[in-house]
Design a protein around this ligand. Structure first.
Ligand code: CMC
Length: 436
């Protein structure tokens, strides 16, 4: 494997039927569980591994993001998410994810300049929007429009050219917020706002979303900082469903814009990026503190499909470190806007009750990042169907950084999982006139 140290440790597998034994190397990463390198498993044993949901599978080698779910640790290129959220800004984190290092002042200036140079989208793209119903879900429009970037930017589609890959990355980081704001404007029938390159990334996004051409838009620094922090907290998260989708799409050598569109589609689901939207729907459904016990009971009932949205995580079996920062940001925003949100009070009560419930304690179900982000975004004026779009804006850098890392791997191959076939075999074909 590329960067992983090769150690002479192995694991032995015994086939109890034939008595044969096989040895497979164990490989150490710089942190986290070791992996058994089973690339030769099929060739040597004629067997596949079976791991639906990839709960025991490392699908790739990566140097971007490390999560220790038991300890509640999240690191990007070795830096803690807390430090990044409190001490840097989103574009610095983008530089870190893409290039491996935090930028020095000159690099930061250059990086910010390159992003802002790409914030406008091709003027013809606005005609695309007219083909969509105004009441389309914004994520449906996002999937279409981000995929359509590949129809406009032919000069950054050659994935073997590092310069073109770099331009594609800048274009995506810069244009996805512009498209996201356009999606919102289209849905409410307001004119699209051209980006302003004198503003920061988060400020510009708020301006394009909430500004109107007829009036000056006053930036609220607390809201801009909260927006920036939300972007940082969602920038990357290791090999989650949407990132794995981007990598799998990219493994066939599809162009980066198409790959990121596939990531957006995957993110849309309520078990992934759609969860913050689902949290608000759930809080509205619960409606009052007195009904919390009823809903907690429903979430524990195996015959009821209801789950407490914003609780639990495939990897974190401890407090999601992003949730803590999001919680503080939530209070800051509500205080600034002088909002006493009954939904927040309901959320706090729900959190308290769930955290002391033996079911949630035993299963290590803690609030995740989405539990608070929905409340903040609602307070800032975003409609619920835009929440996942904001997640997509932030995650674009993670997706493109992971895609870039994969493309540069010397051993990169098309992703092609196999299966345990359990369907019928060797059936005789019955002509139509003989079928009952
Ligand atoms: N409410 C009630 N029970 C739950 C919940 C929940 N939110 N989450 C998990 N469980 C139970 C589940 O029923 C199972 O019980 P049992 O062992 O008795 O069968 C056990 O906990 C383990 O759950 P799982 O479904 O096997 O865990 P998973 O890793 O497959 O699912 C999850 C992770 C995030 C999909 C799930 O916890 C969930 O659906 N949570 C609510 C949706 C949500 O908040 N998603 C946002 C995730 S964070 C944002 C992101 O990174 O995309």
């Amino acid at each position: 494997m590329g960067n992983a140290p090769q150690i002479k440790k192995t694991v032995t597998l015994t086939d109890n039927e034939t008595g044969k034994t096989y040895e497979f190397p164990i490989v150490d990463g710089s942190e986290g569980p070791r992996v058994i390198d089973i690339r030769k498993l099929y060739a040597e044993t004629g067997m596949f591994t079976y791991d639906p949901g990839f709960t025991s599978t490392a699908s790739c080698e990566s140097g971007l993001t490390y999560i220790d779910g038991d300890q509640g640790i999240l690191l990007h290129r070795g830096y803690s998410i807390k430090d990044l959220a409190e001490k840097s800004d989103f574009l610095e984190v983008c530089h870190l994810l893409l290039n491996g290092e935090l930028p020095n002042p000159a690099q930061k200036k250059e990086f910010n300049h390159l992003v802002t140079m790409h914030t406008m989208v091709h003027e013809q793209m606005q005609f695309f929007f007219r083909g969509f119903r105004r009441d389309s879900h914004p994520m449906a429009v996002m999937v279409g429009c981000v995929g359509a970037l590949s129809a406009f930017y032919h000069d950054s589609l050659n994935i073997d050219d590092p310069k073109q890959r770099e331009i594609a990355a800048f274009r995506l980081i810069a244009k996805v917020p512009t498209i996201a704001a356009m999606v919102y404007k289209y849905s409410i029938g307001q004119p699209f706002m051209y980006p302003r390159n004198d503003l920061s990334y988060a400020e510009n996004f708020l301006y394009m979303t909430f500004g109107v051409p007829s009036e000056p838009y006053k930036i609220n620094p607390i809201l801009a900082r909260a927006m920036d922090r939300i972007f940082i907290l969602h920038a990357d998260h290791e090999q989650n469903a949407s990132t794995s989708t981007v990598r799998l799409a990219g493994s066939s050598r599809a162009n980066p814009f198409a790959c990121i569109a596939s990531g957006i589609a995957s993110l849309w689901g309520p078990a992934h990026g759609g969860a913050n939207e689902a949290v608000l729907a759930m809080l509205n459904q619960i409606g009052d503190k007195s009904r919390i016990p009823e809903f907690i009971a429903r979430s524990k009932d195996k015959n009821d499909s209801f789950r407490l949205m914003g609780f639990g995580h495939r990897v974190y079996k401890n407090y999601d470190p992003r949730a803590q920062i999001m919680r503080d940001t939530c209070y800051e925003v509500l205080k600034e806007l002088n909002i006493k949100d009954p939904l927040l009070e309901l959320a706090m009560e729900l959190e308290k009750i769930a955290l002391s419930d033996p079911y949630f304690i035993e299963k290590k179900l803690y609030p995740n990042v989405d539990f608070y982000s929905g409340i903040i975004l609602k307070a800032m004026g975003f409609p619920t169907n835009m929440f996942t779009v904001l997640f997509a804006v932030a995650r674009t850098v993670g997706w493109i950084s992971q895609w870039n890392e994969m493309i540069q791997e010397s051993s990169q191959k098309i992703g092609r999982p196999r299966q345990l076939y359990t369907g019928p075999v060797n059936r005789e074909f019955i002509p139509m006139d003989k079928r009952k």
